[in-house]
Design a protein around this ligand. Structure first.
Ligand SMILES: Cc1cc2nc3c(=O)[nH]c(=O)nc-3n(C[C@H](O)[C@H](O)[C@H](O)COP(=O)(O)OP(=O)(O)OC[C@H]3O[C@@H](n4cnc5c(N)ncnc54)[C@H](O)[C@@H]3O)c2cc1C
Length: 418
């Protein structure tokens, strides 16, 4: 086993990992990025459509273009980069933390460090997670895997497709399959509203006349060796209306039914997971329940827009650098999801240094208000033109409107949508 050392180890070289390590470097600390794929960039590398970077670069880039600007900076810097290398464990030592990783060149490496940033992204829910009845033929793929096959491996998974779930990946893949010469018979969504961004509904379904079946489920997959079709059943008051089930012949079924933060490694390291997000529970500095271990990006909570990932990860890198100086916030209070809010991240708030909160709505509403209160006392109200569960809300709190004296260590901040 080889022994090495640096100040901060960043696990994962996607948008979050790259932004966090550049921020750490900017503050004068050394870091290493460990990435299990052959190159840096993460999920961005397979997203060859445009729509990335409107906030960060003020222009629309493709995923690889967005990633390039970061990995160019990383590769020019003193950041140690390990690609084709998988992190297998994070452990506490007497001096700090130890990260173990493995690759075919070096074997096992033990990297001693003072802080770790978890940036492992997320994974897709698969057929096992969805429990769809029927046979087990070939031709069932997660949408992200199909995207990788087409965009990176040059392999078209089928000719006649149906897509489960109207999340962004499913919508983008509906259009991508059509562009690859495939016929897409429809997108089937269990909810009464689409799960993806409105712009993707328009640009990926409406523009290509692909039907969207809201309040419908795939109730059976048919086919022995290869998918031959699926049964689609409408829901009435949430109950399958079996009499109106219809059959769609197809040879491919793509699943786009949600993403799950990739936290096996985090759990093994003893990190407490927030049941509302599936990611680590973090304080106002993005530190997890394990001292010195921070998190950013999709491993923390699933983001719809990469610019938010970059912003959050850059901030996390800054907090890590502060932590290395010995800084600890003197007061942090709990943040709770109130009415109509699925979750709020981070789970703690520092009244002396108000920052950004990310939240997801449980409702679809025009002219909504994000209402923030502390122990029942109103703190701030922020107007939103439109809210829906698929679009993450990012709120910047300014110190100007906040009187730190109303907070006690037992205070709780509640964020609701009215
Ligand atoms: C299909 C799709 C379409 C999208 N479209 C848009 C869009 O149009 N506009 C937009 O702004 N955003 C879009 N996004 C969102 C945005 O691209 C992502 O949220 C963002 O890139 C995620 O960055 P990340 O660093 O958190 O995760 P990732 O990019 O997933 O990076 C995580 C990295 O960690 C590595 N890793 C995991 N475990 C280990 C381990 N144990 N050891 C070493 N390495 C490990 C992985 O290999 C991966 O490279 C899209 C996302 C997807 C999936």
């Amino acid at each position: 086993m080889k022994n090495r050392a640096c100040d901060v180890v960043v696990v994962g070289g996607g948008a979050a990992g790259m932004a966090a390590s550049l921020a750490v470097l900017e503050q004068g600390y050394s870091s290493a990025i460990v990435e299990r794929e052959e190159r840096l960039g993460g999920i961005l590398l397979q997203c060859i459509h445009n729509g990335f970077g409107l906030t960060e670069f003020n222009e629309e880039l493709t995923g690889p273009e967005y990633a390039e600007s970061f990995f160019t900076s990383v590769l020019k810097s003193d950041i140690q980069v390990y690609v084709d290398t998988t992190v297998t464990a994070i452990e506490r030592s007497r001096e700090g933390l130890e990260v173990f990783f493995v690759n075919t060149r070096d074997g096992i490496i033990r990297m001693s460090c003072r802080a770790v940033v978890l940036a492992m992204g997320c994974r897709e829910r698969n057929r096992g997670n969805l429990r769809i009845p029927g046979t087990r033929p070939a031709g069932v793929y997660t949408a992200g895997l199909a995207q990788r096959l087409i965009n990176m491996e040059g392999y078209i998974p089928g000719k006649e497709a149906v897509i489960i779930g109207s999340g962004d990946i499913g919508l983008i893949m509906a259009r991508r399959m059509v562009w690859s010469g495939c016929r897409v018979h429809g997108v089937v969504e269990i909810l009464p509203y689409p799960s993806g961004l409105t712009r993707n509904i328009v640009q990926c379904l409406k523009d290509f006349d692909i039907p969207l079946y809201l309040r419908h489920i795939i109730s059976r997959i048919h086919g022995k060796h290869r998918v031959e079709g699926v049964d689609v059943t409408p829901l009435v008051n949430g109950i399958p209306d079996e009499e109106n089930t219809f059959f769609i012949p197809c040879d491919t079924l793509l699943l786009s039914a949600g993403l799950i933060p990739e936290n096996e490694l985090s759990k093994e390291a003893g990190v407490v997971i927030n049941p509302q997000t599936g990611g680590p529970l973090v304080d106002s500095t993005m530190m997890t329940s394990v001292e010195g271990v921070f998190a950013a990006g999709n491993v923390l909570h699933v983001h719809d827009i990469v610019d938010y990932v970059t912003e959050e990860a850059r901030r996390t890198g800054g907090y890590v650098a502060e932590y290395l100086t010995g800084f600890k916030p003197s007061l942090q209070v709990k943040v709770k999801a109130g009415s109509n809010v699925r979750y709020v991240n981070p789970a703690m708030f520092n009244p002396e240094r108000p920052d950004r909160l990310y939240l997801r709505s449980l409702i679809v509403k025009n002219k909504a208000v994000v209402d923030i209160s502390v122990d029942g006392t109103p703190l701030q109200q922020i107007k939103q033109r439109h809210v829906q569960p698929s679009e993450m809300i990012s709120i910047s709190l300014s110190a100007a409107g906040i009187d730190p004296s109303i907070f006690t260590p037992d205070s709780a901040m509640e964020v609701s949508i009215l």
